[in-house]
Design a protein around this ligand. Structure first.
Ligand code: PLP
Length: 438
């Protein structure tokens, strides 16, 4: 059935290996394959489908736009669709939060936004170095890869990844060690060997890196340190922005204002590729066309993104996320306790991770869940973290069904492994007995 993909598509393909169904349609939190099997989606396109698949209001706006022969492609020329988005973003997102940013539309993927942010920070400060964090993930193009932690992905570059320094993320060295104290001391001492960086780039929750949550006071301190040293702070909100942690921006809870913010994934709200770089006005030092691209500000994306901002006219979604966040947290805690498995539960909003002590468990559970028609991914350097990323609009029933499936599959995997261990031990004893009696 999947031969056509295996024969012709590059070996680089990834997610389809874990979820080898051929999908044809999707609605809300559900995806359907070509055999009519329905899968509950706890992956949400790695953070692209925050509002669920094919939300009606966004679909209507898109269909209407297409039916009217609305302009699809326009490079970065002015269009009504772009104006509507800018006005609405200003009105619904920026102004109510007291934020003042210029909007740059780079190429449509997250890594495009990160490249633009890094280039701009270097240009504005005239410095070369950028500091990133352990286990960070910022994308696959060379600049973004240079601030990404994952050694496997970095090795794929094939050239040296330069002009970056990686420092320990919050919690990287256990609960106590003060990772930012180390950074601050390095910045203050001219003998440290650390060149003053142009920028620090950070995810408030490292999603791909294993659902590592930065403490709120850690983020505040990072903002203070960078401000004191004239270093730009870039918050990469590509995966955990657009409401994933509850508020529109993941840094809002910390009350900090980054110099540059990158957004993509759920920005269009419909899975249409779209990215945005928010730049403090004084840092908008681009020369015209200095950073360009053919697909900047794709109009169908503007149309659905504008409509998606309706979710942010009031606090309904934020409250819904807080409510579901508690359901997930409480259930995961109870689950690991009941099944007596050692794991740490971490997350914010509707991104949660179960980091098992046994690093093989997460993949086993993910595979078992897929057989049981739940799509759920793993994260972390060793895929040791089961990562829950349902759409923010999922119903309580859908959420509970997914959590039930996880619990059932975890119990099954633990039971299977225990039986395997017992059988192996029994087998070893039999072999030993045989050897002794021989
Ligand atoms: N930054 C973060 C935080 C991400 O999670 C990702 C993708 O997962 C990216 C950047 C790269 O985005 P894209 O895959 O669209 O290039």
């Amino acid at each position: 059935m999947n031969n056509i993909f295996e024969q012709h598509e590059s070996e680089v393909r990834g997610y389809c290996r874990n979820f080898p169904a051929v999908f044809v349609s999707a609605k809300g939190a559900w995806m359907t394959d070509e055999n009519g099997e329905r899968y509950l989606d706890f992956f949400a396109g790695a953070g692209v489908m925050n509002y669920g698949h094919n939300p009606d209001k966004l679909k209507e706006a898109l269909l209407d736009y297409i039916t009217r022969d609305g302009i699809t492609h326009s490079l970065d020329m002015y269009t009504q669709a772009k104006r509507d988005f800018i006005q609405r973003f200003e009105q619904v997102i920026l102004r109510p939060r007291g934020l003042s940013y210029k909007l740059q539309f780079p190429g449509p993927t997250g890594t495009n936004a990160v490249e633009a942010a890094l280039k701009l920070a270097r240009k504005v400060t005239g410095r070369e170095q950028v500091v990133g964090f352990t286990n960070a993930f910022h994308g696959m193009t060379l600049g973004a890869l240079a601030v990404t932690g994952n050694g496997f992905k970095r090795a794929g570059a094939g050239v040296p990844l330069q002009n970056t320094t990686s420092i320990p993320f919050c919690g990287f060295m256990g609960d106590d060690p003060d990772t930012l104290g180390f950074f601050e001391a390095m910045l203050q001492d001219n003998g440290s060997g650390l060149e003053k960086p142009a920028a620090v780039i950070v995810e408030t929750v490292q999603a791909e890196g294993g659902v590592n949550v930065a403490a709120i006071d850690w983020l505040q301190r990072l903002r203070d340190i960078t401000a004191a040293h004239g270093i730009l702070l870039i918050v990469d909100d590509i995966q955990v922005g657009c409401g994933r942690t509850g508020k529109f921006f993941s840094f809002e809870e910390a009350g900090i204002v980054p110099d540059i913010v990158t957004l993509s994934k759920s920005l269009s709200g419909y899975g249409i590729p779209m990215a945005l770089v928010l730049i403090k006005p004084e840092h908008d030092q681009w020369a015209p066309g200095e950073h360009n691209g053919t697909f900047r500000g794709h109009n169908p994306g503007f149309v659905t993104a504008t409509k998606a901002l309706d979710y942010w006219e009031n606090d309904w979604l934020e409250k819904a996320v807080a409510h579901k966040s508690k359901i997930v947290h409480d259930r995961l805690q109870a689950m690991v306790k009941r099944l007596d498995v050692t794991a740490s539960i971490r997350g914010r909003g509707l991104i949660w991770g179960v980091a098992f002590d046994d690093p093989t468990l997460a993949s086993q559970v993910s595979q078992a869940c897929f057989k049981d028609k739940l799509i759920i991914e793993t994260a972390g350097m060793e895929d040791q973290v089961l990562k829950l990323l349902p759409s923010l609009t999922i119903s309580d029933e859908g959420l509970t069904l997914g959590l039930d499936t996880i619990e059932k599959c975890l119990a099954m995997v633990l039971h299977r492994n225990a039986r395997h261990t017992t059988e192996t031990a029994e087998m070893a004893e039999t072999v030993e007995d045989a050897l002794i009696s021989a």
